[in-house]
Design a protein around this ligand. Structure first.
Ligand code: F6P
Length: 455
């Protein structure tokens, strides 16, 4: 009997948990005597004359380059997507048919689901979620249909029909990649805090997340003084007042700002540029700098005179954009464990012939974390659009510009056991053990590249 062959690709922005998810897929496939063909650089792999691909489990054991503890993806990624009824689509169709796949697992976020949709006509496709932004999912099962389209502005707006939610209501509680990203953010803020404290400065730290404030929410573990999220329009008067008051007391302030934060008129604080991503994803930059510009103008220099005697008021502020460090490097225990398990779940679904399904990580207080799945269309609103999941209003306290009690209840299950002893120990043993001084960095791209075949 012919053995089953499943394809896997990673698409969109990378996360630290991608290799863990691929590893989970391959381990589950090994148990099922199924071949796994890794397609290189996401959907871009399907657009050429031939498909660059690597067999991830020759003789049903994983290739050694597949390390669940390594960040990034050995398959490479791209933000290339395939439009239905396009030339690319017919190329992808014939390539997929030639590969004789029994299914395809796409590891990605909302943009990846849109890219996957047309391919479901050719082979069963399942999504294994990943995104550091934690924006793939729903706060409650009917949330997608609560998006209302306003014809005047041409924009959709979420009008939540559920005032309160429970952890068990959340579809896809946390996405592999998110926990490591928060870990990096928290460590960065800890370090920024002490320098702001010593030099009596106001630090504004910009974190990723696009239109979703989950990473900003997670920064609460570093105890920033204020957390500003994209979901709640910025109240500059209130912020200025609270910053002034706190600066007087503790002589420094730390503010975290989610990159997509908006002014009350809806405009983004940082410059926003449209990307080519069919999910309509927008690239933000400059929210922290823009916020400092506004605060500086409002606060003037008097409030710094006493505390920073003689030093220019402008120097009292500094910004730090944590940037791509929050998306890279070694995944922490939570992401390794649940990233690989969700890969296994996706493999299970595709092996059962399910198509256009999303593997999900669920949580209830009674059972802890467990896995489930959801038809991808349940994430779409009445117009067929998938919106980034945003923080439910009960997760944030807009008055204090801080995480709310429910926000804390939400984070607790993820982070109470997210970090393994080896997440810290590897720095001592691996990074500073001495070996790095005697050998060059060895990129998986080189070793995996030797295994790539054009099929
Ligand atoms: O979606 C993940 C993400 O890291 C966002 O948080 C961020 O806005 C964006 O990707 C950055 O994209 P790029 O890698 O193209 O700069």
């Amino acid at each position: 009997m012919k053995r089953k062959r499943i394809g896997v690709l990673t698409a969109g922005g990378d996360t630290p948990a991608l290799n863990a998810t691929i590893w989970g897929i391959v381990e589950e496939a090994n148990r099922r005597d199924t071949e796994v063909l890794g397609l290189m650089r996401g959907y871009a792999s399907l657009l050429g004359e031939q498909v660059p691909a690597v067999l991830l489990n020759p003789l049903f054991s994983s290739i050694p380059e597949l390390d669940s503890c390594a960040g990034g993806t050995i398959l490479g990624s791209s933000r290339t997507y395939i439009e239905p009824d396009s030339v690319e689509m017919s190329r992808a169709r014939s390539n997929l048919q030639r590969l004789e796949l029994d299914g395809l697992i796409c590891v990605g976020g909302d943009g990846t689901i849109n890219g996957m949709q047309p391919l479901t006509e050719i082979t069963p496709c399942v999504l294994a979620p990943k995104t550091i932004d934690n924006d793939l999912g729903l706060n409650y099962s009917e949330e997608a249909t609560d998006w209302v389209f306003d014809t005047d502005s041409g924009q959709s707006k979420l009008v939540p029909s559920r005032e309160h939610i429970q952890p068990a209501d959340i579809i896809n509680y946390a996405t592999p990649g998110f926990a490591t990203s928060v870990f990096v953010v928290v460590q960065s803020i800890d370090r920024i805090r002490t320098t702001a404290e010593s030099h009596r400065r106001i630090a504004v730290v910009e974190v990723m997340g696009r239109k979703s404030g989950y990473i900003a929410l997670g920064s609460a573990y570093a105890q920033p003084d204020f957390i500003l999220i994209p979901e709640v329009p910025l109240d500059l008067d209130a912020l200025e007042q609270q910053v002034r008051r706190l600066y007087e007391i503790q002589e420094h302030v730390v503010i975290v700002v989610g990159e997509g934060v908006r002014l009350p008129d809806g405009t983004e604080l940082g410059a926003a540029e449209q990307t080519h991503d069919p999910a309509g994803n927008i690239k933000f930059s400059g929210a922290a700098d823009a916020l400092v510009g506004l605060l500086r103008k409002r606060m003037g220099s008097e409030c710094f005179d006493r505390i920073r005697s003689g030093e220019p008021a402008e120097a009292a502020f500094f910004t730090r954009k944590i940037g791509h460090t929050q998306r890279g490097g070694r995944p922490i225990q939570f992401d390794r464990f649940y990233g690989s398990r969700i890969g296994g779940k996706a493999m299970e679904l595709v092996a059962a012939g399910d198509s256009n399904q999303v593997a999900t990580l669920q949580y209830t207080d009674e059972t802890g974390f467990h896995f489930s799945s959801l038809p991808a269309h349940r994430l779409r609103d009445s117009r067929g659009t998938i919106h980034a999941r945003t923080l439910h209003p009960t997760m944030y306290d807009a008055g204090r510009m801080q995480m709310s009690d429910f926000g804390r209840d939400y984070l607790h299950p993820i982070f109470s056991n997210a970090i393994g002893w080896d997440d810290v120990e590897f720095i001592r043993e691996e990074t500073f053990g001495g070996g790095n001084l005697t050998r060059r960095f060895q990129s998986a791209n080189v070793d995996v590249g030797k295994r790539v075949r054009l099929l």
